[in-house]
Write a protein that binds this ligand. Structure first.
Ligand code: ACO
Length: 381
């Protein structure tokens, strides 16, 4: 019998589960890089699709490669009528992340699971998932309101087309650009719960639709991607700047987590939160001030004062909700925005995982009993 003597680390904190060249985080200095390029530079100069290509194929595309990638994605934006009809049977009160997880898994019904390791299979799966996940999110958002889904619009880029399908309004160029930057900021983040979930699923060599579906389910939780929705609910509950301090003090006294703060890796302010805050301010200049922004600023000030010394600072989820709300996106769809973006990172890890695959099969420390007798049902107390 194999004896394992490893130390048990709840949450696998600090335990490496992969060797990866996709992204890098320095939590002490607040640095995030995708394939060695700083996220701040990408946010200024790149686009989401170019960044997705970089993450998945490990290099920036040439103009020709990028054009072909964008054209392929444009061609695959529509979803099969069976997926649309299936979503029409979902309860309209169901959470959009549950709808997305179900529909993402259902995509696997239509496409072969064979030849996973072939470059062309990988490319097609990447194109289909990046193209169709936003369409699924927008379609469920329309269907639950009793509307038919809005068809993708050929001449609109990735971000603009998604906002158009969601709101039936073509966004201003600045709105589309800001949303595109949000997607870039959420596209990848080293080893986190949903990426690990994707990799565990990938390691069984199941299809990439199942990989994305399992990652979506993991992202949905309030300790991970679900926090951005919770942040907005918290700001609404606080209601005004004067209520901020007592609210935060009450949370701390009662050991209640303040949503949008704290991170397993970052011990300084999350670099993505800094960029999102700037984007929020640019958006307010265009579309008008947001009543919750002042409350958010005060929350950050008070949390810094009370918990900053413990390394608890604003994370990516703190300002993203304010940006999404200004773009006309409902709070219960915020985590789906995260999912649309993170598909790029999950697929990069899927591709990396299957290139050197070994199935994940960790161990456990058994703390139960042994050799107990089976007690007949009538004799049990
Ligand atoms: N509010 C108040 N206290 C906090 C917070 C917070 N948001 N985050 C951490 N702490 C405190 C804990 O109470 C604990 O204090 P203690 O040592 O006195 O008991 C200490 O900091 C360590 O907290 P853990 O929960 O053990 O830290 P962990 O690394 O496991 O958790 C996590 C990280 C889950 C992100 C946590 O900070 C949290 O729950 N934050 C709120 C939810 C959130 O915003 N999630 C989004 C994260 S970003 C993302 O997933 C994209």
């Amino acid at each position: 019998m194999t004896e394992y003597t490893y130390e048990f680390r709840p949450g696998l904190e600090g335990v490496p589960v992969a060797k990866s060249s996709i992204s890098y985080v320095d939590g002490q200095r607040g640095i995030l890089e995708y394939r060695g390029i700083n996220i701040e530079e990408l946010a200024q100069k790149s686009t989401f699709l170019e960044t997705a290509y970089l993450l998945i194929w490990g290099k920036l595309p040439t103009r020709e490669e990028l054009n072909r990638f964008q054209e392929d994605i444009n061609r695959h934006r529509r979803i099969k009528y069976q997926i649309r009809d299936m979503m029409k049977c979902f309860p309209e009160t169901g959470h959009p992340m549950d709808a997305l997880q179900t529909a993402a898994a259902a995509l696997g019904l239509f496409y072969s699971r064979k030849a996973q390791l072939e470059e062309e299979y990988i490319r097609e799966a990447v194109v289909r998932l990046l193209a169709k996940i936003p369409t699924i999110v927008a379609a469920f958002a329309q269907i639950r309101e009793g509307n038919d889904p809005v068809q993708p619009k050929e001449n609109l880029n990735y971000a603009a087309n998604f906002l158009y399908m969601l709101t039936e309004r073509e966004p201003e160029p600045l709105e589309a650009r800001i949303f595109d930057v949000c997607l870039m900021l959420h596209a990848e983040h080293t080893m986190n719960a949903s990426t690990f979930s994707a990799m565990v699923t990938a390691s069984t060599l199941t299809d990439p639709y199942a990989v994305v579906a399992s990652a979506v389910g993991t992202l949905a939780g309030p300790l991970h991607g679900g926090a951005n929705e919770e942040v907005l609910l918290m700001l609404e509950e606080i209601g005004s700047v004067k209520n901020v301090r007592p609210y935060i003090e009450h949370c701390i006294e009662n050991k209640k987590k303040i949503m949008g703060f704290g991170h397993r890796v970052y011990k300084v302010k999350d670099p993505r939160a800094k960029i999102l805050q700037q984007l929020a301010e640019r958006l307010f200049e265009l579309t008008g001030y947001d009543e919750y922004y002042e409350i958010a600023l005060e929350v950050e000030r008070v949390v810094e004062e009370k918990l900053g010394h413990k390394g608890i600072h604003a994370n990516v989820d703190f300002y993203s909700g304010l940006v999404y709300r200004k773009l006309g996106i409902k709070p219960d769809l915020f985590t789906s925005m995260f999912a649309i973006a993170r598909v790029a990172g999950w697929l990069a890890h899927w591709k990396e995982q299957i290139s050197y695959n070994r199935i994940f099969r960790p161990t456990q420390i058994y703390v139960g009993e042994h050799n107990l007798p089976y007690i007949p049902i009538d004799e049990r107390s």
